[in-house]
Design a protein around this ligand. Sequence first.
Ligand code: FRU
Length: 487
Amino acid sequence: MNPLHQELKQVYHSDQIEAKKKTVNQDPWRLTYHVMPPIGWLNDPNGVCHFNGRYHLYYQYSPHDAVGGMKYWGHKSSTDLVHFEDHGIKLYPDEPYDLHGVYSGSAYIKDDMIHYFYTGNVKHLGDHDYVSSGREQNTIHAISTDGGFTIEKQACVIGADEYPKEFSNHIRDPKLFKLNSHYYMILGARDREDKGQVIVYRSSDLFNWTYQGVFAGPSPDLGYMWECPDYFTLDGHDVLLMSPQGVEAKGHEFQNVYQSGYMIGHLDPENITFTPEKDFKELDRGFDFYAPQTFEDESGRRIMWAWMGLPPDDDNIQNPTIERGWQHAMTMPRELKIIDEKLYQLPLEEYKVLRQDEKEMNLTISGHQEVKELNGEVYELQIDVHRCGDELSIHLRQDTTISFSKKSGKLSLNHGKSGYGRDERIIELDELKQVRVFSDMSSLEVFINGGEYVFSTRVYPEPGQDQISFSGEGCIHVSKWVLASTN
Ligand code: FRU
């Protein structure tokens, strides 16, 4: 075994780390049915796939520091997408081509093997050219022949010096798809004029790759770098997902420091170029969502996970779990569908197994109304709106409000103190039909009108801040379930 790998492995399993896990697990803000880092920091989902009945989720992981640092690939797996086993670290930064971080990448299943492609980050200290930013981003190939549990690095298949010269050294996050008899790998890129694009390589065997050209972009309004691209076809449409950096806020849109969104378009199968037919739309309108990655499961569903967090470049937003030795989590996995040329996100049916203690009621809201029997911290809440007055508000966890105003045609999500700097997000909405909330100890995922809009947000209420109340005018049907813990 590589000596550096050995050393890193020992550090991870040291008594000190075990002791840290105990402290971290005592934190009341730990989530109960979301994937979280055992200790330390988590960011992007990586290598998501379904192989021989088992779902795999690898993720960007910095165990040593809750504010990030050296990146490894952590690994969890599940047979039902709800209950996950932790398998520790699967990829260490221990080769000359990935020495300063095993960055994001994806999985591709072929001939009973899982192939992984990821970005090997190497920093050249002392080099201050801002475009290259003193780094190499190599594309690395790795293989698992035992169904995802042991991963063997193969080779650097595209070295940083082989990328096209019109691009900076910011080229990363490979994702694969197959078309006719070829494999294609798309990568997020920043060109030398600071424009975000997606480039594409082609292979007939997954081992040898040749540059094909620009797959998508640039676009004048879409920033300087496109991270984590993902291309797939869904319900008869070609879809490109990406996480652009440097997009200006526009009205209520693009309010986060970086965005994650999608474009519906058309893939030219001759030239392997993607042409958008619709504008770039944000996938999620909450405060904590970035770097989503999708896969098709063995039953043909397109499933997406995302980092329920963002890079720490917005000083206004805090995560108080840092002092408790951990930070960030994954969103729940969600199924994607295209309805009326819009991407919808649906909570997975599988999560119904966690439902307990059902409460159901019809309520006529007029003024402020508390419903004590609905109170809770960890739950699923479904509100079907039968009639809505000029304003209707739902207050959760005592300090968070979802408010719909028919007059202004807007729906807002507001946090008080427990938002730790997260204040307000607004969407334009003609009619409010349904609100479905998944609340965990320090997170909320709110699905509006059957998944047409979603807000994912971290929130840090004090223990016992569990009140649910309503205000405004309307007739609603409420179903609520306590959700059992999986962690
Ligand atoms: C997105 C990202 C990727 C990169 C990884 C490093 O959050 O910046 O572009 O590969 O995180 O952790």
